[in-house]
Design a binder for this molecule. Sequence first.
Ligand code: SAM
Length: 235
Amino acid sequence: MKITILTMFPSLFESFLLSPVLKRTIDRGYITLDIVDIKDYANGSFRHIDDSPCGGGPGMILKVDVVMRALESVKNSSSHTVLLSPKGKTLDQKRVRELSQMEDLVFICGHYEGVDARVEKRVDEMLSIGDYITTGGEVAVMVIIDAISRLQKGIIREGATEDESHENGLLEYPQYTKPIDYNGDKVPEILLSGNHGAIERYRHREALLLTKELRPDMFARYNLSEEERQLIEET
Ligand SMILES: C[S@@+](CC[C@H](N)C(=O)[O-])C[C@H]1O[C@@H](n2cnc3c(N)ncnc32)[C@H](O)[C@@H]1O
């Protein structure tokens, strides 16, 4: 998979590129990552990449001509182009899985007051990482690439992502490790029983109960089977 990031601040990615899972996907050739400096596509002696908003208002807006020159120079007919924007569709694990299957992704990071609105209709989609505002698209794209890279085949142990929160509409069941007894707070005995069937059943029940308690919105969307309904009601 090829990923290109258009940014005004390439140096922000230096330590990100060293994060263990991403580095492994790059070292093994699953992902090639190009960081492209939007400033290289500014024209004229002043090399402006931003300007004040038409109609007035605070801040600066990234210029459509500069951003589009950068985008056109890196994309090809199979590229999927994404503008990071708080106006975009909110990222979820389903979309992360879909993105992780794509061959060629190009991300545009905005900054300051944002990007000229004419860029919005010239990309394949806008993606948001949540209903809040970050300073720039760089942190948002790091979130997306981190989530994509751990889904590349062979990067994380087979099966390790299957029961994770948000994979199947539920939160993950509670996980424990040693010490078995922490100041009287003990790991549930069933997890020490070695009875794999009972453990699986226990964990699924916990995942259902936890989701119901912590994320009633998710639980309401979950298609609960009759068997699961009975499992929840067991004492
Ligand atoms: C300060 S924000 C601009 C926000 C813009 N003025 C607005 O109200 O929609 C600058 C840039 O950060 C990025 N950004 C901010 N919040 C984001 C979010 N929740 N998801 C994805 N990108 C975000 C976008 O690339 C945006 O262009």
